[in-house]
Design a protein around this ligand. Structure first.
Ligand code: URA
Length: 246
């Protein structure tokens, strides 16, 4: 699905609550459907589409880019946490009544793919206080053009944890595949890895979902495709540059 004149377009849909008349709902481009059960796309609500519109806009300045990205990251983390197991947990309220609730059982950690993935660490920390966070640096090898692992620092007991893998832009999936291979080599079972990203390409998803069928992908939006430089389109440009340096 590289850029060309017959590039498939993303679907358009009216956005807004079900009770509102269709004619009163604006139309917007929504996430492309993908046929993989392990891909979970955030509900295409007016809020999410508005937040994505802000960060996709080339005229959005860095402060707003950070602010609105952080709001989406928070939604992704909350959705990711929904996939972790809980056990029944009954409590008593201050008015003496019981409430049949649940509580999370297990240990988690974040693993960010440097540099852009580090932008998602704050959102994870806001939801999970004092969460352990590991880091993986993968860069393209100048000689072979293949992704190469340069650095990793992961919690020692990572094999016992649920891992939230963080990288905002899921383009070809080359770095993410290598990062998952590192996690698996440290004993993390595939079904305990959740890959959180803001924008995904159908190509990256297909590569990844077939290779790691038990790993869950949580994304805000599956975009149209990749251009000749492997940028996601319509995309938002270079996430790391817009978050850190522009
Ligand atoms: N990384 C980015 O920052 N943007 C893309 O479009 C693809 C990868």
């Amino acid at each position: 699905m590289s850029s060309s004149s017959n590039q498939p377009t993303s679907p358009k849909q009216s956005v807004g609550p079900d009770y509102r008349d269709e004619k009163q709902k604006p139309t917007a481009t929504v996430s492309t459907a993908v046929p993989f059960e392990n891909v979970h796309t955030l509900p295409q609500t007016p809020q999410l589409i508005a937040l994505l519109t802000m960060i996709r806009d080339k005229n959005t300045d860095r402060a707003d880019f950070i602010f609105y990205s952080n709001r989406i990251i928070r939604l992704l983390v909350e959705e990711g946490l929904n996939h972790l197991p809980v056990v029944e947990h009954a409590i008593t309220t201050p008015v003496g009544r019981s409430y049949a609730g649940v509580q999370f059982q297990g240990k988690i950690c974040g693993v960010s793919i440097m540099r852009a993935g580090e932008a998602m660490e704050q959102g994870l920390r806001e939801c999970c206080r004092s969460v352990r966070i590991g880091k993986i640096l993968i860069q393209r090898d100048e000689e072979t053009s293949m992704p190469k692992l340069f650095y990793d620092k992961l919690p020692e007991d990572i094999a016992d944890r649920w891992c939230l893998l963080l990288d905002p832009m899921f383009a070809t999936g080359g770095s993410a595949i290598m990062a998952v291979d590192v996690l698996k080599s440290r004993g993390v079972p595939e079904n305990r890895i959740l890959f959180l990203n803001l924008l995904a390409s159908p190509e990256g998803i297909e590569n990844f979902a077939k290779r790691f069928p038990q790993l869950r992908i949580i994304t805000a939006f599956v975009d149209q495709g990749l251009d000749e430089k492997n940028y996601i389109i319509p995309g938002l440009g270079d996430f790391g540059d817009r978050f850190y340096t522009m």
